[in-house]
Design a protein around this ligand. Structure first.
Ligand SMILES: *Cc1c(COP(=O)(O)O)cnc(C)c1O
Ligand SMILES: [Zn+2]
Length: 395
């Protein structure tokens, strides 16, 4: 690979050959991260060439893991709009409020970024069958990119996942098995069967490349803000891949000389009904306990245990950030509020971020003049049945 040096364990720093297929670190079973020759990339003036490139995430090709342009499996992911929310911001005295609207990605969620990178690399490294445990959107994205790549895809998702997720998997030609329980129960099935079935497990952070796709959100934030990062980044956190990815992107960009040492305060938002990271953050722990019986209609953040928990917690603390939870009712109200005032139909996960911002502003943790960005990680349109069920329960 032109600019990849090696893979490095995020915990024990053991290094691995980047031309081979790996899952977790063989020494300590932690996530592996891709390391690049940033000095060499720095000499290529990639930043100066960006204006000539297509508006998708592969415009950052040199800091992505694929060897040749021809090996990219793409459906046009990334370079999503960064929308100013003036009306909404004014209502809470936040002068500079933005949403990074990931709902415009292929398959209607930002999972497209990670799976574009992971499927591209899996195919390069000779994989033929891919399997994934998912809360819903990652399965839809893997099925789509797997179809595009001509690979077989096996998806395992909770039986109460949004209907759109089940259908998108089937309609793009993948196998979809519904599992009773959560993504953690789906993960157990994949782990048990992968060896006998010959599947490569594309669980997030159990292979090194999904995070590389998701880190492009960090590159885009910098580019769209003219290389000056915002003060606060608010992120709906399940496995935390996007948050860890952006944190990695910021470090890479500093080494490339594209940005300075300033970092946004990173905020992880979870539902009160599934808040393992919030709980670990508040107890000043370095890893999170598995959350018992999680039940939020923001299904993308219904993740009881994250393998990258220590990396999420590191990024929150290093950035002087925060983890906080919001109620189901607050999430629902926020969908309605943002929809009515800005015309953006948020996914519940994105709405959770707005609910959290209101609290942080009220407590003075966010100042009136600060630049605040939250991620709408998916389209509300993928959740029509979940939102309707929630409305019924409330009546
Ligand atoms: C997966 C998902 C999340 C959580 O993303 P992580 O990077 O794993 O924390 C948030 N929102 C939506 C819509 C998702 O599909
Ligand atoms: Zn290790």
């Amino acid at each position: 690979m032109p600019f990849v040096d090696f893979l490095e364990c995020s915990r024990c720093q053991q290094t691995f050959d980047s031309q081979e297929l790996y899952s977790l670190c063989s020494e300590c079973h932690s996530p592996l991260l891709v390391r690049y020759d940033l000095e060499l990339i720095k000499q290529k003036d990639l930043k100066g060439k960006l204006y000539t490139r297509k508006p998708d995430m592969w415009r950052y090709f040199e800091v992505l893991p694929v060897n040749h342009q021809d090996d990219i499996v793409t459906l046009g992911e990334g370079y999503t709009p960064l929308l100013p929310l003036n009306c909404l911001g004014q209502s809470r005295e936040i002068k500079n409020l933005y949403v990074k609207d990931e709902s415009l990605n292929p398959t209607g969620s930002f999972k497209a970024r990670g799976l574009s990178a992971a499927v591209s690399m899996a195919r390069c490294l000779g994989v033929q069958k891919l399997a994934i445990p998912t809360a819903g959107n990652a399965g839809g994205a893997l099925a789509a990119y797997g179809a595009k790549a001509g690979l077989a895809v096996f998806v395992f998702m909770p039986d109460d996942a949004p209907k759109a997720n089940v259908l998108e998997v089937r309609m793009t030609g993948a196998s979809c098995e519904l599992v009773s329980g959560t993504i953690a129960d789906a993960a157990k099935i994949v782990a048990e069967r992968k060896e006998s079935e010959g599947w490569f497990d594309v669980s997030t952070l159990k292979e090194p490349y999904r995070i590389e796709g998701k880190k492009t959100m960090g590159y885009e934030l910098a580019e769209q803000f003219c290389w000056e990062l915002p003060d606060v980044v608010v992120y709906p956190t399940g496995g935390g891949t996007g948050l860890i990815g952006m944190w990695k992107a910021f470090a890479e960009m500093e080494k490339l000389g594209w940005i300075g040492a300033m970092r946004p305060r990173m905020v992880a938002v979870q539902s009160e009904n599934c808040a393992p990271i919030v709980s670990a953050f508040e107890q000043k722990k370095n890893s999170a306990e598995e959350w018992e019986a999680p039940s939020t209609f923001a299904s993308g953040i219904r993740v009881p245990k994250a393998i990258g928990d220590f990396l999420i917690l590191d990024a929150l603390r290093e950035s002087s950030g925060l983890a906080l939870s919001v109620s189901e009712e607050e999430i629902y109200q926020s969908i309605c509020e943002v929809g009515a005032s800005e015309g953006v139909f948020l996914a519940p996960e994105g709405a959770a971020c707005w609910a959290a911002i209101k609290k942080m502003r009220m407590q003075g943790w966010i100042g009136a003049d600060e630049k605040v960005v939250f991620f709408n990680t998916g389209s509300g349109l993928k959740y029509v049945d979940s939102i309707q069920s929630f409305e019924k329960v409330m009546q």
